[in-house]
Design a protein around this ligand. Structure first.
Ligand code: SF4
Ligand code: SF4
Length: 442
């Protein structure tokens, strides 16, 4: 694609980086076929190619974001299916991240929208506040239809997504070290995160047991917190970079102290962002090198487990598992085979979901801010999963777990919970009934 940025514009490193991305696009349109919003809406401006044009115009003309740009960029899930499909290697993720930042800086959203985003950015990254919000959501859940009727769809969506059980206060894990069973084979840091400890503490508990059982010492680095991806996807770049720097400091302290073989992540949305810290902080002289080092050490937990090799399995029931590939894992990190291979080797019958490249609609805060589209995508995903008649759904991202669980009665668990169970751990909570009834492969 031809561009016409001025020399002065190109002196801005962000513009220079986006210009390279724009030039790589050859307008072929292959990406449109796998873009969920284009599949649903059929509008070129809701396709990757259309959005690329909108971003190009906004940046080239150095103008504030228009309502049209905001509408179509807001509808983008950042699922990155377009990056998997693109034959020209267009780095859409960095381009749309730049566009979201530009929107945040130059577009004044309606006051309610601004307030909602500010609350999400403040509450969701803080486990204590987030738990209080979930408890409040539980009480207000029956009012979801009232909020929907009043046109407050994001609030209605939040209430519908609220889990039905009150979450326990998140365990204090900061600085804790979990020693391995037997001889130590390695040492890793595990991201505790912000949403996971409230909505699915069982995920990291399973990951720690599983790693310890295989000789790996696990540390939750003192001071680590939200990875920054939630605010990053809202274009709130200063907050995202501040959260990234905080984690880089926490993990660098461990790296330079007792050493780390890897930084492991059980939420693939966070993993994609942490693997991108090197790019995000490339222009920060103090953090660029440290950020690149942290990104290079970061692995999805299943990448690391596949490399480690799991011990003889067989303590679980041979369930049929539909593997839902989270977009951030399959498109963002290109981690494709490892979770499925691990589950198969652990004795589960693993089935691929038809249209597996399409997002389930979760996408960070998307299922709150774009609830109509998110619900359509969830319905489509659930229908595809139910065709398989699985005993359970496995996935590697808390957002997907919550999104799918709100649309089906099939139990949804994290991949590591199944692997932990298969190698001697407890039955994952949502599967207790199934395990007792002795569900078997169909
Ligand atoms: S990230 Fe997903 S929703 Fe956005 S343009 Fe690419 S394929 Fe479409
Ligand atoms: S597939 Fe790639 S090169 Fe083709 S239009 Fe989409 S982004 Fe551009």
């Amino acid at each position: 694609m031809q561009t016409s940025f001025t020399i002065t514009q190109l002196m801005d490193p962000q513009i220079a980086s986006s210009e390279k991305i724009l030039r790589a696009c050859v307008h072929c349109g292959f990406c449109t076929a796998t873009c969920p919003t284009y599949v649903l809406l059929g509008d070129e401006l809701d396709s990757p190619r259309g959005r690329i044009y909108l971003i190009k115009e906004m940046l080239e003309q150095d103008r504030p974001a228009t309502p049209e740009v905001v509408k179509h960029i807001d509808r983008c899930l950042s699922c990155l299916a377009c990056m998997t499909t693109c034959p020209s290697g267009v780095h859409y993720m960095h381009l749309v991240d730049h566009a979201r930042e530009r929107i945040e800086k130059t577009y004044k959203r309606p006051v309610i929208d601004r307030a909602l985003r500010a609350v999400l950015a403040r509450v969701m990254v803080n486990p204590g506040l987030f738990r209080l919000a979930v408890v409040a959501g539980l009480i207000a859940r029956p009012l979801a239809p009232v909020f929907a009727a009043l046109g407050m769809r994001p609030v209605a969506a939040m209430l519908r997504l609220t889990p039905r059980r009150k979450p326990a206060p998140p365990a204090e894990r900061s600085g804790k070290v979990y020693p391995p069973e037997g001889k130590r084979r390695g040492r890793v840091a595990l991201l505790s995160g912000c949403i996971n400890p409230v909505l699915a503490p069982s995920t990291n508990e399973a990951a720690i047991r599983l790693l310890n059982r295989h000789g790996i010492e696990v540390v939750i680095a003192a001071g680590e917190g939200c990875c920054g991806s939630l605010v990053h996807h809202m274009g709130r770049e200063d907050e995202a970079l501040s959260q990234a720097r905080n984690n880089i400091d926490a993990w660098t302290h461990e790296l330079e102290g007792q050493g780390l073989d890897a930084i492991l992540v059980t939420v693939s949305g966070c993993g994609t962002t942490i693997k991108d810290y090197g790019f995000l902080l490339r222009n920060d002289p103090t953090y660029a090198a440290k950020a690149a080092r942290i990104s290079a050490r970061t692995r999805d937990v299943t990448e690391y487990l596949a490399m480690l090799g799991l011990r003889e399995a067989g303590t679980s029931a041979p369930l049929t598992v539909a593997y839902h590939a989270a977009c951030s894992l399959q498109h963002g990190q290109q981690v494709l085979r490892q979770p499925k291979d691990l589950l198969s080797k652990a004795g589960f019958v693993v089935k691929d979901v038809p249209e597996g490249h399409l997002c389930c609609g979760s996408a960070g805060t998307y299922n709150i801010l774009q609830s109509g589209l998110a619900e359509q995508l969830r319905a489509r995903k659930v229908a595809n999963i139910e065709l398989l008649k699985p005993d359970a759904i496995a996935t590697g991202n808390i957002g997907c777990i919550m999104q799918l669980a709100s649309g089906t009665n099939i139990p949804v668990v994290h991949t590591v919970e199944l692997l932990d169970w298969a190698t001697g751990g407890p039955v994952p909570g949502p599967l207790v009934g199934l395990a007792k009834s002795g569900a078997s492969a169909r």
